[in-house]
Design a protein around this ligand. Structure first.
Ligand code: BES
Ligand code: MN
Ligand code: ZN
Length: 503
């Protein structure tokens, strides 16, 4: 299903802001009333028009404030939009991205069809032009995102914003800027896909729907694609994964995507994404409040698809395998019951003490399946635990790894992508909490350290390779009235892969 929104076109340019022939030129103002570089240029060309307005108290540069000016003397653009940047000393990554988003939303709401945004020229500490442009494109694209597929009458914008030009301060920066532009666009498209899949309700976005989506991606970008149905998974002995979907009449799917951009024989990186299309908890039924949000329990798989879209668009010279086990977790006569014991593909047996701890049951079989690719590294991503949301909230994804260099590699990529992670311990001490008197292990470790014991559970299936786990329960979507998928951690995944492609 297409989410029909007008797509913004982006370009970059160097040149004097006062000479831009466009519907609107956007310049930044710091608190309190300090003009950014391009704003000074406009001020000079207009004989101090901006300074005069600011002196009058119309705008003080506070973050999120805007002021639209018409007929500024000696300026070729129809309008000048001032965007508040907050305190100059605090103009870091978040403030930068917020300012771009604020500019783009204001442009949309005030009917400019094209614009030149000079905020991209403003230095952000420790970041280069490549970063500034990439993040500007992602932030601008995200600011206009709306999920309209399920609306009977999408609210139309009268004169939608169609073209945005980001300024760079010197001609010599154009080349690096173009690189950031291409990456930013690919990442934005990947984020778009992840958001659309996440926001599509579970009565439509079923395991089969996700399998079809994988086939579409494969066709567009030339990926290999294989879909394993229930019988094929049974043959492989995926008893943990299959036990979860038993309570649903939607058949499970195990989705495999392959991008063979690297040399033949080069070991692949394997990504694994949890895709429970709805998690009611099963017989250990969840309470009703916010249960609707468990529509987002396929976000690991959704982000994996998003990353594949981006690497397809960028044609990365790298071998990547994507594994997406997908099913629905519902209570039913056939469903797992607390105390049931299942046998995983690895042969290890698991006592299902809580049927709501289902994500690890999908992932453990996918991790075993990953062995056959002789991976250089395996990274799984999953909306795995509510405990992770309690521990870290919505800002970083929790990172676990059984190999320090892999953890550092991911931390570095997360910083570059501004899609942050926070490393958590995977100490043996926690493993005890998973003891079962009847099976090899239990699927829950009690209330303390819930995100950690979930990761410890997974680590028992990832002993044969370098592995990292991202608990994205707090980062993959926003709840409440502004409910939406965030598309995280597509940007992080793409940066991990970009870095590997450059080695
Ligand atoms: N999908 C949930 C985790 C989740 C909870 C994600 C809240 C986002 C927000 C997962 O399957 C789950 O239910 N986990 C249980 C595990 C518990 C029973 C050990 C949880 O976190 O409550
Ligand atoms: Mn659950
Ligand atoms: Zn779940």
């Amino acid at each position: 299903m297409e989410n029909k929104e007008i797509e913004l076109e982006f370009s970059i340019k160097s040149g004097a802001p006062e000479k831009q022939r466009t519907a609107c030129v956007v310049v930044g103002v710091f608190e309190s009333r300090k003009l950014s570089g391009p704003a000074i240029d406009i001020d000079r060309a207009s004989d101090g028009y901006l300074s005069e307005i600011l002196r009058g108290g119309d705008m003080d540069g506070r973050a999120g404030s805007t002021l639209l000016l018409h007929r500024v003397p000696n300026i070729l653009a129809d309008r000048v939009l001032l965007v508040g940047l907050g305190k100059e000393r605090e103009f870091h990554e978040k403030a930068y991205r917020d300012a771009i988003a604020c500019a783009v939303r204001t442009l949309r709401d005030t009917g400019s069809m094209d614009a030149t945004i000079t905020l991209s020229e403003i230095p952000v500490r420790k970041r280069d032009v490549n970063w500034n442009i990439e993040q500007a494109v992602i932030s601008a694209h995200e600011a206009l995102y709306r999920f309209v597929t399920m609306k009977s009458k999408p609210d139309e914008t009268r004169r939608p914003l169609k073209r945005v030009t980001f300024a760079v301060s010197r001609r010599g920066e154009l080349k690096l800027g173009e690189l950031g532009l291409a990456r930013g666009l690919a990442i934005a498209h990947g984020i778009d896909l992840a958001k659309n899949l996440g926001n599509t309700p579970s009565n439509i976005c079923t395991p089969e729907y996700l399998a079809d989506e994988a086939k579409k991606l494969a066709k567009t970008y030339g990926f290999g694609c294989e879909i394993l149905d229930q019988a094929a998974c049974e043959k492989l002995g995926m008893g943990a994964f299959l036990s979860v979907g038993k309570g649903s009449d939607k058949p499970p799917r195990f989705i495999i995507l392959r991008h063979n951009g690297g040399a033949k024989g080069e070991k692949p990186i394997v990504l694994v994404g949890k895709a429970v299309t709805f998690d009611a908890g099963g017989i250990s039924l969840k309470p009703p409040a916010e249960m609707d949000e468990m529509n987002y329990d396929m976000s690991g798989g959704g982000a994996l698809f998003g990353a594949f879209r981006a690497i397809g668009e960028l044609g990365l010279p790298l071998n990547v395998v994507g594994l997406v086990p997908s099913c629905e977790n519902l209570p039913d006569a056939h469903a797992n019951k607390p105390g049931d014991i299942v046998t995983s593909m690895s042969g290890q047996t698991i006592e299902v003490l809580n049927t709501d701890a289902e994500g690890r049951l999908l992932l453990c079989d996918a991790l075993t399946y990953a062995e056959r690719f002789e991976p250089d590294a395996v990274v799984d991503l999953a909306t795995l635990t509510g405990a992770c949301v309690i521990a870290l909230g919505a800002h970083p994804s929790a990172l676990y790894a059984n190999h320090d260099p892999l953890a550092r590699e991911i931390e570095h990529a997360a910083d570059q992508a501004w899609d942050r992670v926070w490393r958590m311990p995977l100490w043996d001490d926690y493993q005890e909490q998973l003891k079962s008197s009847l099976a090899d292990m239990a699927n829950i470790g009690g209330r303390p350290a819930g995100s950690i014991t979930a990761a410890c559970f997974l680590s028992r299936f990832a002993r044969k390779y370098h592995w990292a786990h991202l608990d994205i329960a707090g980062t993959a979507y926003k709840g409440g009235r502004e409910k939406t998928s965030t598309g995280r951690p597509v940007s992080l995944l793409v940066h991990i892969l970009l870095n590997r492609a450059q080695k």
